[in-house]
Design a protein around this ligand. Structure first.
Ligand SMILES: C[S@@+](CC[C@H](N)C(=O)[O-])C[C@H]1O[C@@H](n2cnc3c(N)ncnc32)[C@H](O)[C@@H]1O
Length: 252
């Protein structure tokens, strides 16, 4: 992979929404939460992630989900357009196996070739992209012939609207799309770009701030994985929904 980022790059710093000193709730100093989410993912998707050599995370923010990727994949690339967030990523993941690139995903695909055996992870990204950006991204994944995982806030969970209304850093005008990105709608968008929704599931029964608190006590980690099974009974209470997609096989 060529990670050069010369030339004009569409950075986010003048977008006040994801700029310096905002959204500190996304910042984690360890990988406990990220490992928990990763375990829930591996229980849900029908693939062995060990088959992949290179994990890309688009919109990595301040690394909330990146910890698990760094501990599970031989090579990891974290792509994030906010320079203040990539500065945080560089401090957290100062490791040879990790490449941190300050770039939008659109510029990244324009300037890089994706190696074989790559997989893409996206945590809380899609609802911050426009319909056109999502279409461009899905088309790039199709061309790269790479599978991807998308984890988005569960649109059916009423607690998330409450959080949006109460949190001083969150603005409905920047977040509302998560309410729109239902399974049906995203499956249609994937399909139109040649991707197939191979698996779908709900994850994380307790709200993330409470999950993080409970996970601080190592004894509670296993029971919490078990509690997540209740998602089948109360799916609207899960915090996230997850989409695993891969390029649709071409007809021969
Ligand atoms: C809600 S934050 C999630 C960050 C991180 N994944 C997490 O969950 O903590 C969305 C992130 O997507 C990034 N983002 C927005 N537009 C992007 C684009 N076009 N390409 C790549 N990342 C983008 C933002 O800068 C922001 O860091």
């Amino acid at each position: 992979m060529n990670t050069a980022t010369q030339g004009p790059v569409r950075l986010m710093e003048n977008n006040s929404y994801f700029a310096h000193d905002t959204h500190k709730y996304m910042y984690c100093t360890d990988g406990v939460f990220s490992d928990f989410i990763f375990s829930l993912i591996t229980e849900t998707i029908p693939v062995d992630l060990k088959n992949y050599q290179h994990a890309f995370e688009m919109g990595a923010g301040m690394g909330r989900f990146s910890f698990a990727l760094v501990s599970h994949f031989p090579k990891v690339s974290l792509i994030e357009p906010s320079a203040s967030y990539t500065a945080v990523l560089k401090k957290l993941f100062d490791q040879e196996q990790v490449a941190i690139v300050t770039s939008t995903l659109e510029d990244f695909f324009e300037k890089n070739t994706i190696p074989a055996q790559s997989i893409f992870f996206n945590f809380h990204l899609l609802h911050h992209l426009t319909f056109e950006q999502r279409r461009e991204y899905f088309t790039c994944l199709r061309k790269a012939n790479a599978p991807a995982l998308f984890i988005e806030p569960n649109p059916w969970n009423p607690l998330i609207v409450l959080q949006l209304m109460l949190h001083p850093d969150m603005r409905m005008q920047d977040e509302w799309q998560y309410l729109w990105l239902t399974k049906k709608r995203l499956a249609m968008e994937f399909n139109a770009c040649g991707l197939e929704l191979a698996e779908y599931g709900k994850l994380c029964f307790l709200p993330p701030p409470i999950t993080k608190l409970v996970l601080k006590q190592p004894l509670f980690r296993k029971p919490l994985l078990f509690v997540d099974k209740t998602k089948h009974l109360l799916p609207f209470l899960s915090s996230y929904h997850m989409f695993y997609v891969h390029p649709r096989p071409r007809a021969v």
